[in-house]
Design a protein around this ligand. Structure first.
Ligand SMILES: C[S@@+](CC[C@H](N)C(=O)[O-])C[C@H]1O[C@@H](n2cnc3c(N)ncnc32)[C@H](O)[C@@H]1O
Length: 290
């Protein structure tokens, strides 16, 4: 577990489970890529609720969930001796798998919290077989997209985001395409859908989830702004959500791509460097060296 991760707290596993209809998510997002006997990986899996739904949807060979939080993995209700689900406690930046062992790998709502999201995507590509699929899903605009603007809230949020740089990127959604390109994925597909849409007073369940989310992040925000200012921002944000005249929204980006053939002997990192060099040379009309 990392002391730098924003969303660590005893109630986090429940919040993650509650906020997604897992069978529907699998049907809409993952089902196209699942085949009987596939080896599936989720990076930043939390209590493995999405993986469990994927395993219920398709008869998989194995469904591996990586998370660095042991309490979150232990909160999974889906593990038994016969289960295809395999929890693995590890850091997303250094996946403990050989190259190309998975058919499909995905991550949802992890990259927004990563200091180096490219490293995570590169690792996912490395662990996925040639021709396999890597799926990246994350938010864009959460916390920061509102109308009408509130100068006071905006100012406080900017202070928070500056203080939390490298630990929370509310604009990571729009960056997924670039991350996929840089990682060398091919046949890249980008989809965008609404995620949070709070028009007028937020319903009680939505307000409750936001309250718990902000409470979990509170110690980190307090470390940046001081406890009083952190409490004030949190209350301000929640008041904004209850105001019948305000609109808050965010988008969810889903980017999928295929893993290209590996050049024998070259590591994923070397391949990425070669790809970048080839692109640079193309831009300068020079002949490829690699
Ligand atoms: C917001 S949750 C998302 C859980 C699940 N994917 C979902 O969509 O509901 C992010 C998860 O990633 C884990 N996590 C964050 N940084 C990580 C890292 N560097 N390595 C492994 N797990 C990480 C956290 O412990 C947390 O369980």
């Amino acid at each position: 577990m990392s002391a730098r991760y924003l969303m660590d707290g005893p109630r986090e596993a429940d919040r993650l489970r509650e906020k997604v209809d897992t069978p529907r998510w699998v049907e809409e997002t993952l089902a196209t890529w699942l085949a009987r006997g596939a080896r599936l990986l989720e990076v930043g899996t939390g209590p493995m609720h999405l993986l469990a739904a994927a395993a219920a949807h398709t008869d998989l060979r194995v469904a591996v969930g990586v998370d660095f939080s042991l309490p979150r993995l232990a909160a999974s209700e889906h593990q038994d001796a016969q289960s295809t689900l395999a929890p693995v406690a590890a850091d997303a930046q250094r996946l403990p798998f050989r190259d190309g062992v998975f058919d499909v790998s995905y991550t949802r709502f992890l990259l927004e919290y990563q200091p180096d999201p490219q490293k995570v995507v590169d690792e996912m590509v490395r662990a996925t077989r040639t021709g396999g699929v890597v799926l990246l899903q994350d938010l864009d605009g959460q916390l920061v997209t509102h109308h009408p603007p509130s100068a006071e809230l905006q100012h406080a949020l900017e202070l928070v985001l500056t203080g939390l740089a490298g630990r929370l990127d509310p604009y990571v959604g729009r960056k997924l395409f670039g991350l996929a390109r840089t990682a060398g994925l091919t046949d890249i597909d980008v989809r965008i859908a609404p995620y949070h849409v709070i028009a007028g007073t937020a319903p009680p369940d939505v307000l409750d989830r936001w309250t718990r989310k902000l409470e979990t992040a509170h110690p980190h925000v307090a470390a940046v702004l001081g406890p009083k200012a952190a409490e004030a921002v949190m209350q301000h944000f929640l008041r904004y959500l209850t105001d019948p005249d305000t609109l808050t929204f965010s988008l969810v980006f889903t980017v999928t791509g295929r893993v290209p053939p590996r050049r024998s002997g070259a590591s994923a990192e070397t391949q990425r460097a070669q790809l970048q060099l080839r692109r640079m040379l193309r831009r300068h009309n020079a002949s490829p060296l690699v």
